[in-house]
Design a protein around this ligand. Structure first.
Ligand code: NAD
Length: 430
């Protein structure tokens, strides 16, 4: 199948590479010239485990191409996938539709023959209708259907999740469009559940799923606070809860709050949508406010630990919003660091993959280390803010020697607390 993908970011690029690997002819379109120049030159523009090899392989065999030209990507396509960003609107926090609307308007004039337009971006309910209207207005004779094809990949596991999806949800209002999507996902037939629903249901499934997962994280974070005050161990509690098949053990890992490019914006967008139809989604509003507060609480724990140390310096390990990615968007680590800086803290930071993206958000307000030991050297508190495997390998005896004051705050529960205490660290975690 000939597939054009509009938006070559964390969703568009792994999707494009994955579809190329399945034998489709893919053209990835992005309006950012520098991104397309890099991709054309064989330089991958984001980190995802296993992506780079497939990227090079499919460039070499000609299954994937990159362009800034909407015409080139759309005119011969059987399927055009929209994978542009839907960031929170800076004022209202609803999903900002400017990129979707621009993509729909720009692609319209190049449609030739029957084409399915599939929206993979996470979009408010009713967007399918809006995209359809925008295209029809610009090109009244176009022969097309708009379907909702929400993306459920996890950053850090994008390649794995592309080839092993839990489910494929398709919101299509015509048989013809459903058949195109069935053909696209034929290689997954019998391996995964394909759910065909109304377009509006499909749009809501994505928000309903992400908000539920965010709620689950917030629930276990509040449970962690409860356990800390009552002498229970939240990790034992989570294990006991997770054995109940009705609850499941995933997303029961307490930490410094949820972040990333999806949960914060999608919960806010759902709350906004509810408000705009005169409904108050109290549960989700509470999750949003509670999560924002949690990051401040965590930062305050760090500040508290060094309040009596003159010229204290804090080492931060972990900047990405989770391990396995270089993405720092809405990262709890970045939020916590900003709060620390606002309160006058001096920081040296390190992340195995996210230094470049973190620098764009933190600028010159922190020192950047070359490696994890360099970050720790001469500091008074080590805060672990992302759960990278590399940090599990820390030689705590060496850490003790390097630090000026041996204090650890492990907000990701990855270090061996007993060993740290034995070595003489002051240790606190969740
Ligand atoms: P991103 O910001 O990484 O990538 C979006 C890309 O679209 C950018 O490269 C941008 O230059 C490009 N773009 C914007 N407008 C364009 C236009 N008119 N023409 C061509 N290119 C254009 O975003 P992302 O993280 O890939 O997310 C994309 C969508 O997928 C969002 O709606 C997001 O909510 C959703 N989603 C993301 C994830 C994730 O893990 N990141 C998972 C599921 C769903």
């Amino acid at each position: 199948m000939k597939v054009g993908i509009i938006g070559t970011g964390y969703v568009g690029l792994p999707t494009g590479v994955g579809l190329a690997e399945l034998g489709n002819d893919v053209i990835c379109i992005d309006r950012e010239q520098s991104k397309i120049d890099a991709l054309k030159a064989g330089k991958i523009t984001l980190y995802e485990d296993g992506l780079e090899d497939l990227f090079h392989k499919n460039i070499a065999n000609g299954h994937i191409k990159f362009t800034t030209s909407m015409k080139e990507g759309v005119e011969n396509a059987d399927l055009v996938i929209i994978a542009v960003g839907t960031p929170p609107h800076p004022v209202t926090h609803e999903a900002d539709m400017k990129y979707i609307n621009a993509a729909a308007t720009e692609l319209a004039e190049y449609l030739q023959g029957y084409t399915v337009i599939a929206t993979k971006s996470t979009v408010p309910v009713g967007t399918g209708d809006d995209v359809e209207n925008l295209i029809r207005k610009k090109n009244p004779n176009a022969d097309f259907d708009v379907v909702s094809l929400p993306e459920f990949l996890r950053e850090g596991f994008a390649v794995h999740d592309f080839f092993n999806p839990d489910r494929i949800v398709v919101g299509a209002n015509t048989e013809k469009a459903r058949n195109v999507i069935k053909e696209l996902y034929k290689p997954f037939e019998g391996k995964t559940q394909m759910l065909f629903v109304k377009r509006r249901s499909s749009e809501v499934i994505k928000y309903a799923s992400n908000s539920f997962l965010a709620m689950k994280i917030h629930y276990i974070n509040e449970m962690a606070d409860f356990c800390e005050k009552t002498g229970a161990d939240v990790f034992e509690v989570a294990k006991g809860m997770g054995l109940d098949s009705r609850i499941g053990n995933k997303f029961l890992n307490p930490g410094p709050g949820f972040g990333g490019s999806c949960f914060p914006k999608d919960t806010m967008a759902l709350a906004y949508m509810a408000r705009s139809i005169g409904m108050n989604f109290d549960l989700i509003e509470t999750v949003i406010a509670g999560n924002a507060n949690r990051k401040k609480q965590m930062a305050n724990r760090i500040l508290e630990s060094v309040k009596n140390i003159e010229n204290a310096k804090i080492a931060v390990l972990g900047l990405a919003f989770k391990d396995g990615t270089d993405d720092c968007r809405e990262s709890p680590a970045i939020e916590i660091i900003k709060h620390l800086i606002e309160n006058g803290a001096k920081l040296r930071v390190f992340d195995p993959k996210a230094m470049v993206s973190a620098k764009q958000l933190l600028g010159i307000d922190v020192e950047y280390a070359n490696d994890m030991y360099n970050a720790i050297d001469g500091t008074d508190c080590l805060a672990i803010l992302t759960e990278w495997n590399d940090f599990k390998e820390l030689d705590l005896a060496k850490v003790k020697q390097l630090m000026r004051t041996p204090k650890i705050i492990d907000l990701r529960h990855i270090l061996d607390k007993d060993e740290a205490l034995k070595l003489g660290f002051e240790f606190s975690g969740i």
